[in-house]
Design a protein around this ligand. Structure first.
Ligand SMILES: C[S@@+](CC[C@H](N)C(=O)[O-])C[C@H]1O[C@@H](n2cnc3c(N)ncnc32)[C@H](O)[C@@H]1O
Length: 278
């Protein structure tokens, strides 16, 4: 006899697959793919090795050929037949993945959902550039954004020009096709022309390209390499700041697991009193 508790209910797991390289999957992501009856993925956004985790008999669907309605039809079938679906998204599903509209449909259907976070492309590009995006007294915020225009208008106040006024680190997605507009808005917002920029195309893929330039040379660099998609920009003074030191690892700073060195603590206090680092 099958009790209600045993009845098939189905489940959709939104899996962040990282920026491309299959070994940037988390263990949890690999497990969700391995347990799935149906895997929906985008061949152009995630490397095929990710599917090595799937069971041989799993149904594999390419989302490139599917509308939201097609995808929701799979979720309806999963609910009716008690299937586990792994819906693979590039990077982290929390960013520009079209995941919310799917979560809303799942909620309306009454099918269980889970989200497995992934390595976002902005983290992957920072790692490739070997830079920390938050540097004491230089940049303590990271703005994740995209250019307005095209199919997705920006909500008021969210233009790159407005965010650029903060002068902090920006990670700019989905904007390579309008590099001229990007440079204009960065300059209008107040970044000096010499502000360092990291441009990454297909980060962690075999065809990966990572180039450093400045706001002044951003447009020509994009055009020289013919970049218009799968490109991410990191912009801001943190990308070449040197000689700073964080408070956290200063010997004069104490916390629950470490005592401060008295002399270093005194020096730290004096430096703070003068308004200096750290
Ligand atoms: C639809 S958004 C998805 C973002 C994704 N959810 C993430 O967390 O990275 C696609 C954009 O992300 C950036 N992107 C994603 N993967 C990338 C990669 N491997 N290299 C460079 N940029 C990438 C590009 O700006 C691309 O236009």
């Amino acid at each position: 006899m099958t009790s209600m508790a045993d009845a098939p209910t189905g489940k959709v797991t939104f899996v962040g697959a990282g920026p491309g390289a299959a070994d940037l999957l988390t263990f949890r992501a690999a497990r969700a793919i391995a347990e799935a009856d149906v895997v929906i993925w985008a061949a152009s956004l995630v490397q095929a090795e990710v599917l090595d985790h799937a069971r041989a008999e799993a149904e594999i669907l390419d989302s490139a050929a599917m509308s939201l309605e097609d995808v929701v039809a799979v979720y309806e079938r999963a609910l009716a037949e008690g299937l586990k679906v792994a819906r693979i998204h590039s990077g982290d599903p929390a960013l520009w993945g079209g995941t919310q509209e799917q979560l809303d449909r799942c909620r309306a259907l009454g099918i269980e959902t889970e989200i497995v976070p992934g390595v976002s492309s902005f983290s992957a590009v920072a790692a490739l550039a070997q830079r920390e995006l938050t540097i004491p007294e230089v940049a303590q915020s990271v703005i994740l954004t995209r250019l307005g225009g095209g199919k997705t208008p920006m909500p008021p106040g969210e233009e790159v020009r407005e965010f650029a006024r903060h002068g902090t680190t920006m990670a700019i997605f989905l904007s390579a096709a309008r590099s001229g507009q990007l440079v204009r808005e960065l300059l209008e917002g107040g970044y000096p022309t010499g502000t360092p920029v990291v441009i990454a195309y297909q980060a962690t893929w075999p065809e990966e390209l990572v180039v450093r330039c400045t706001v002044e040379t951003l447009e020509e660099t994009v055009k020289e390499h013919k970049l218009w998609k799968h490109t991410l920009f990191l912009v801001g003074p943190a990308l070449d700041a040197e000689g700073t030191r964080s408070h956290l690892y200063h010997p004069g700073h104490f916390h629950g697991y470490r005592k401060a060195d008295p002399e270093a603590r005194k020096a730290l206090r004096e430096a703070r009193g003068r308004g200096g680092t750290p």
